[in-house]
Design a protein around this ligand. Sequence first.
Ligand SMILES: CC(C)(COP(=O)(O)OP(=O)(O)OC[C@H]1O[C@@H](n2cnc3c(N)ncnc32)[C@H](O)[C@@H]1OP(=O)(O)O)[C@@H](O)C(=O)NCCC(=O)NCCS
Length: 182
Amino acid sequence: MTAPQIVHTAYLEPATRTELRALLDEAFDGEFSDEDWSHTLGGLHALIRAADGRIIGHGAVIQRRLLHGGRALRTGYLEGVAVRAGHRGQGHGAALLAALEDIVHRAYDLGALSSSDDAHAFYAARGWQRWRGPTSVLTAEGPARTADDDGGVYVLPVGAPAGPPLDLGGALSCDWRDGDVW
Ligand SMILES: CC(C)(COP(=O)(O)OP(=O)(O)OC[C@H]1O[C@@H](n2cnc3c(N)ncnc32)[C@H](O)[C@@H]1OP(=O)(O)O)[C@@H](O)C(=O)NCCC(=O)NCCS
């Protein structure tokens, strides 16, 4: 299988952005919000195209800070992972993840993502670990619990800097953003 194309948001042609947004709207059954789209921009995109050039798979990795154990971990956070219906089950998702995980390994202290209800097993099978502890977000007023997100966050430890190992049962906080914070 051909390796996904890797391109920074800065170099996505306007037509490609439009095509990508349509793919994500379709793949997430109309549940992909403007905030979700915004969260997907600003980092590196992995793209898979069909022979006719149409995009059939996408995933992005953006930078966030996650707080855990007194450390602010530079985190490669996955967003907008989707394969077009009709092209699933053919290894495209795995190819996208392999490319995104490689970026995480090369550039970040930690990988993380919030899984859709259907994709937990997909990520777990690749070595992503479910965060078992309480999650929260850092708001301007201080930390706020995100109990609804507990159990839905996955991390990919890639050798965080010196310090205690990750405690998957401990507290994990993310930086603030509009829309879904995880
Ligand atoms: C999740 C998704 C990206 C997987 O893409 P895909 O191209 O079908 O995945 P692959 O064909 O590469 O599958 C890789 C492996 O994961 C498994 N897998 C794929 N989707 C799975 C799922 N939803 N649950 C459990 N296992 C899954 C496959 O069986 C395969 O296993 P194998 O290696 O043992 O054969 C795709 O189903 C999708 O776009 N879903 C809708 C959007 C979504 O939920 N995205 C995730 C956002 S967090």
